[in-house]
Design a protein around this ligand. Structure first.
Ligand code: SAM
Length: 326
């Protein structure tokens, strides 16, 4: 019988192979979800509390183990993040001596984003610290490391709030990764986690994703809602009125002002579009995954031609972008 480790290696090989088809990628993520269930014990189909229940923190909703596990089958999200993180670790190995210290904040029950690394790196090359708010989630992720024979790669499993966690006297991490995110930076505490942990990396360290940009656009619904293959990659006639927030590891974006275009450019509705620059060539654009679906504007003043709108990211309670008239 094929070992869990061999299955993991084969399926993550599909994720890393640029020649894989969308169907092949989909099958690989489903196979990895089955592996996570066998190894870690959290089932994506379970729907009973407490595993399905999330926690409202001061900076947003931390998904419970079941919903966090389900993220694995968001095919292009998982593929691009895994491939990007794999390349980021390879780049870090060129920059730093000794094992790369990798911090995985909000690791979820299957530690999904590090799965390809578990059979491709030795303990001399990589040491991983897992961090998650939920004990059940963290137990599942550590069991998975053991089940695939990667326990020597696990430096530490920390159960704490990543928006406030201080690594203290630990040597600085070379690479950090987090995906506790929803479209247009809403609901989950991704921004607060990035603000807390990205600045604590070693100088020259790499934070994944490298950046997340949200733009305001006017859309034409008929063109926007055409999901036929012929429409993929075509110009949907959006009227772009600029970046309203740009999350980067290196700095805190205070938000931006944009001017609503004149009436001659008017579309059906103003929406927010998210683009995630994961690492290097790996990025997620509108419609690629759940995290980059266009979303409606938050409640605020009427969006009228010529008005200047000032955006900021509210980190408290239910986080997200808000705006006012400038
Ligand atoms: C959207 S899930 C993603 C899971 C996994 N990283 C993946 O990519 O499939 C977010 C995870 O982050 C954890 N999380 C959210 N907010 C957190 C916080 N403030 N501190 C620690 N963990 C947090 C949740 O418990 C959950 O496991």
């Amino acid at each position: 019988m094929t070992s869990l480790r061999d299955r993991l290696h084969a399926q993550t090989g599909v994720l890393l192979d640029p020649a894989s088809t969308p169907l092949g990628l989909r099958e690989a993520t489903i196979a990895l979800a089955a592996l996570g269930r066998e190894a870690g014990g959290v089932d994506t189909l379970m729907d009973s509390p407490p595993a399905s229940q999330g926690t409202w923190t001061a900076n947003g909703m931390a998904l419970g183990a079941v919903y966090a596990a389900r993220c694995i089958v968001d095919v292009f999200r998982t593929t691009r993040f895994c491939a990007g993180l794999h390349d980021a670790v390879a780049a870090a190995r060129q920059r730093f001596q000794g094992p790369i210290r990798l911090l995985y904040a909000g690791c979820g029950p299957y530690a999904t984003l590090v799965l390809p690394l578990l059979t491709r790196c030795s303990p001399d090359e990589l040491q991983i610290t897992l961090l998650d708010l939920h004990p059940k989630t963290l137990r599942s992720a550590t069991r998975l490391f053991e089940a695939v024979g990667a326990q020597d790669l696990l430096a530490e499993a920390v159960c704490d709030d990543a928006t406030a966690w201080d690594p203290g006297a630990r040597p600085p991490f070379h690479v950090g990764v987090c995906e506790a995110l929803q479209a247009a930076l809403g609901k989950e505490p991704h921004v607060a986690i990035t603000h807390n942990l990205a600045p604590r990396l070693a100088p020259g360290g790499i934070w994944v994703p490298e950046s997340i940009e949200v733009r305001a656009v006017l859309v034409d619904h008929a063109r926007e809602d055409d999901h036929s293959l012929a429409a993929v990659g075509t110009d949907r006639g959006r009227v772009d009125f600029g970046v309203v927030y740009d999350l980067r590891a290196g700095g805190v974006d205070a938000g931006r002002e944009v001017v609503v275009p004149g009436a001659e450019a008017w579309g059906d509705e103003a929406m927010l579009l998210t683009t995630i620059q994961v690492y290097g060539e790996h990025r997620l654009g509108p419609y690629d995954c759940g995290l980059t679906m266009p979303v409606r504007f938050p409640d605020g003043p009427a969006v009228l031609p010529g008005r200047t709108l000032r955006f900021h990211c509210d980190l408290s309670g239910k986080p997200g972008l808000r705006y006012e008239q400038a």
